[in-house]
Design a protein around this ligand. Structure first.
Ligand code: NAD
Length: 260
């Protein structure tokens, strides 16, 4: 991977530092250097299965044990990871600049952990997690049954009977994440698109920009006039909208772009 020229990094930094309302939009690539595998690209497979085969309501209905086994593996993996220099730089910037909104597609909680470490007065509320969290559950009958809670205890996926069940209605509990084909939380979508409409600049980090409607958040900011700075290991559908597209690693580039 080549390193972007200092002039390009300087131009991106100038665009971002002038923004009173900054939107930071991230995907799995921002956590790659923390050791969290992305879905696409090297290391993106689990037991030779693609995420699209497991992260769906149909997969859970068909084989909840298999889906919970995969989520158990992801939870254990993420619990061992820590925020990297990119999460930290974003969190420090957001803590010091209340006009910054962080919108992520990630379910790993690393932005939220970095926000707490940076002492953001908004706490974890400074992060809009469009696709939910690995460390929560809700009833499989949601929204008919409203059970929803934090949950980070290990899940015994030996068989269906050992999986977690809803105290209120007895149905299975499922991970509190948004699966392929499911609708996003309207409040999260509103917060994300509102930030996009009103952003003075937008920093996009580590997303393939293929998962909708999340990918439209950054495109909306660009169409509303915000200069877009993209940090990604490779080109994406957003690259053509970017004022500056930086090819490289998030943990290396993002700290060079944001004021502490
Ligand atoms: P993706 O896997 O589709 O794409 C990852 C992107 O990150 C790619 O464009 C890749 O080039 C880039 N990348 C990889 N390493 C990088 C690095 N070190 N620095 C900068 N860029 C790097 O991820 P996505 O766009 O977020 O969409 C996939 C979906 O997968 C999302 O809905 C998300 O919820 C889910 N997911 C989340 C996690 C997580 O929470 N960490 C991990 C995997 C997948």
């Amino acid at each position: 991977m080549t390193t972007p020229a200092d002039a390009e990094v300087g131009r991106a930094r100038a665009l971002l530092s002038g923004a009173r309302r900054l939107l930071v939009f991230t995907g799995a690539g921002v956590s790659a250097e923390s050791g969290v595998p992305t879905f696409r690209g090297a290391g993106g497979m689990w037991n030779a299965m693609r995420a699209e085969e497991l992260a769906t309501p149909e997969a859970f209905a068909r084989d909840p044990r298999l889906v919970w086994e995969w989520y158990g593996w992801r939870r254990e993996l993420v619990a061992r990871c820590t925020p990297n220099a990119a999460h930290d730089a974003i969190a420090r910037h957001a803590a010091a600049h209340a006009g910054t909104t962080v919108v992520t597609q990630n379910v790993d909680g690393l932005h939220q952990r970095a926000a707490q470490a940076a002492g953001d007065p908004r706490g974890t509320a400074s992060v809009v997690a469009l696709h939910g969290t690995l460390f929560g559950v809700r009833c499989a009958r949601w929204p008919a049954c409203s059970t929803r809670a934090p949950h980070d205890a290990p899940v015994d996926a030996t068989d269906r009977a050992t999986l977690p069940h809803c105290d209120a209605c007895g149905a299975l509990l499922r991970p509190d994440v948004v699966w392929f084909g499911e609708a996003l939380d309207p409040a999260d979508l509103d917060a994300a698109f509102d930030a996009a409409q009103h952003a003075d600049a937008c920093l996009v980090v580590g997303t393939s920009a293929l998962v909708q409607p999340a990918a439209s958040v950054a495109a909306t900011a660009a169409r509303a006039g915000a200069p877009l700075v993209e940090v990604n290991a490779e080109a994406t559908p957003l690259s053509s909208l970017a004022a500056v597209a930086l090819r490289g690693r998030a943990a290396e580039l993002v700290p060079a772009l944001l004021d502490p």
